[in-house]
Design a protein around this ligand. Structure first.
Ligand SMILES: *[C@@H]1O[C@H](CO)[C@@H](O)[C@H](O)[C@H]1NC(C)=O
Ligand SMILES: *[C@@H]1O[C@H](CO)[C@@H](O)[C@H](O)[C@H]1NC(C)=O
Length: 285
């Protein structure tokens, strides 16, 4: 069998000796193979030397047989494996094989180099992006944090799944907050995407940040990116314009009353003084 291969190979070499003399040892290997995965959109990337060679990607689940992908004889150096890997809690590895520039010489002698990726588990290792959320005060000491679950790269039917659809009960959120102008931070872990934070001091400004948190994962990949910070004034400050106008009217009324009373009293006293004075001076001696 080996000798037959050699014969065919020699024939190929004779008919295309340039390819063979440039040689399989010069066929460029895929290098710097990396998994890049965000919100379960998973892409395998690599670098290659500028050449006409192509790359074909296969993957293996839990060390089983190699499975073909859509990435066949690629000129570019990345392969989107989102649809193949989905979000399963399994260990995948990929094989990037260099292929000759034209199909004519695609004899499978394994003489073209392979590069194997590291193992990757999308469920445990896909990064989670920063979330957006809103904060609303419900009373002096309590706010409601409403978090929007980021969308994943995975579609099921018409629906684009959220990270909650994928991670289900494994998804928690870490809510970090501090009183404006103070350094002490407090953390809350919430099981749900709508969370209540209580025990706040009345009339103070608080600032909040949120990150996805998956305690079932290994430490390095447990936490998603932190959101932007969102601050909320203390509930007491949260008066409507109407309330402020009301207060202003009351204050103004009190002020006017005080001034009026003061003026009246003043006039009244002067009147009495003058009357007293007149009656004294006109009194008969
Ligand atoms: C996740 O993010 C970190 C930090 O940005 C990065 O180093 C790592 O390669 C990313 N992992 C994946 C699988 O994309
Ligand atoms: C949270 O926000 C979403 C969309 O922004 C809204 O539909 C939902 O009613 C909010 N939930 C609560 C409890 O405020």
């Amino acid at each position: 069998m080996a000798s037959l291969k050699t014969v065919i190979y020699l024939e190929v070499c004779l008919s295309a000796w340039i390819l063979c003399t440039v040689g399989d040892s010069f066929a460029p290997k895929a290098e710097n193979v990396h998994w890049v995965s965000l919100d379960f959109k998973t892409i395998l990337t690599w670098t290659n030397k500028a050449s006409d060679y192509k790359y074909t990607v296969q993957y293996s689940r839990d060390g089983n047989d190699w499975t073909d992908t859509e990435c066949i004889r690629l000129s570019e150096s990345e392969c989107d494996l989102t649809e193949d890997l989905m979000f399963s809690d399994r260990s995948y590895s990929a094989d990037i094989q260099t292929k000759p520039p034209t199909l004519d010489f695609d004899y499978d002698f394994d003489e073209f180099p392979h590069t194997y990726s590291t193992h990757f588990n999308p469920y445990k290792e896909s990064n989670i992006s920063a979330v957006t959320f809103s904060v609303k005060a419900v009373d002096e000491h309590t706010v409601i944090i409403n978090i929007t679950d980021p969308l994943t790269g995975i579609h099921q039917g018409d629906k684009q799944l959220t990270i909650r659809d994928v991670l289900k009960k494994d998804l928690k959120y870490k809510i970090s907050y501090y009183k404006s102008g103070r350094t002490g931070k407090r953390d809350n872990i919430s099981d749900t995407s709508v969370a209540e934070v209580s025990g706040l001091d009345a009339g103070e400004q608080y600032c909040f940040m949120v990150a996805a948190f998956i305690p079932s994962r290994p430490k390095a990949t447990q936490q998603g990116a932190w959101s932007m910070q969102s601050c909320i004034e203390g509930y007491v400050e949260e008066w409507s314009l109407g309330a402020w106008v009301g207060v202003a009217i009351i204050v103004l009324t009190i002020l006017i009353t005080i001034i009026t009373v003061t003026i009246l009293c003043y006039r009244c006293c002067r009147q009495r003084n003058r009357t007293l004075h007149t009656s004294q001076s006109s009194a008969p001696v």
